[in-house]
Design a protein around this ligand. Sequence first.
Ligand SMILES: [Fe+2]
Ligand SMILES: [Fe+2]
Length: 324
Amino acid sequence: MGTRQGFFLDRRVLTANMRPMFRLAHFSDPHLGPLPDPSLWQLASKRVLGYMNWRGNRLRSMGGDYLARLLDDMDAARPDHIALTGDLVNIALPAEIAAARDWLTAVAAPERLSVVPGNHDAYVPGALKSAMQAWSDYMTGDDDAMTHTGSAHFPFLRRRGPLALVGVSTAKATAPGFASGRVGVRQTRRLTETLAGLGEAGAFRVVMIHHPPFKGATSWAKRLEDASRVRAAIKRSGAELVLHGHTHIDSRTMIEGPNGPVPVIGVPSASHAPGGRKPGARYNLFDIAKTDGGWTCHLEERGFIEIGGGIEVIDRAELVIPSR
Ligand SMILES: [Fe+2]
Ligand SMILES: [Fe+2]
């Protein structure tokens, strides 16, 4: 199951004057199904393996109405904003990308939902470009919309209340058997500069990234190839919270920041059935409030534990946010 380094979690009780002021929901890896029947030419690629994998493993462990019920529960929690960290689709067929666009529209308006792509959204060469065009409203920064219509560029920056959502893309097409990601030199440079500027401005910086950037997070074939670049950017410029998906497990750890460890929180797939090898569908709610000395961030993890059961509170915790 998930990995947890609990020593950075301080289960302090919220005092009366620490009123939650911004609620952020995070979910990931919906791997929307079912897959449309692909034509033969569309399967003449890495997609052959992905299609077989989906028909076997994913058909058994994913699907059902878990995602819809999870989203209903999330809606009832009335988050101010929602973060979705990639793998919306499976083998990135054109029909999957178009269906995912319709699904996004039903989940929330682009102003309330921010998305970064995952490796499955870039399953074969050319797929990521199609996905970025179809989903661009959800992946463009506040200031990018005017100059970058029709596509997204990363990292994007969106300001919502006290939060600054910084969306990083790690998505790239890979060879069969690989699910790795890459940030690249140019994006890292922009990430470092963006985080530094936001730190000066006193924002609560949330880095959204599909692949986890901490050491030993995945197998070699699924790793973020230049995770050290992301860690260096955060070590230098800082962040208050890093959210990721990709591993389909619940994980809590931290990476080094200039003023102390930065929490790194991973959430399981939002579509997974409970009772399997990986956790059932879950999402996280973060209640973030500014205090005199910095920030409080209360985490509530919600989702399915048992087959046939409903959505439960799985855990509650106070994250220690480094103060500047
Ligand atoms: Fe995934
Ligand atoms: Fe992934």
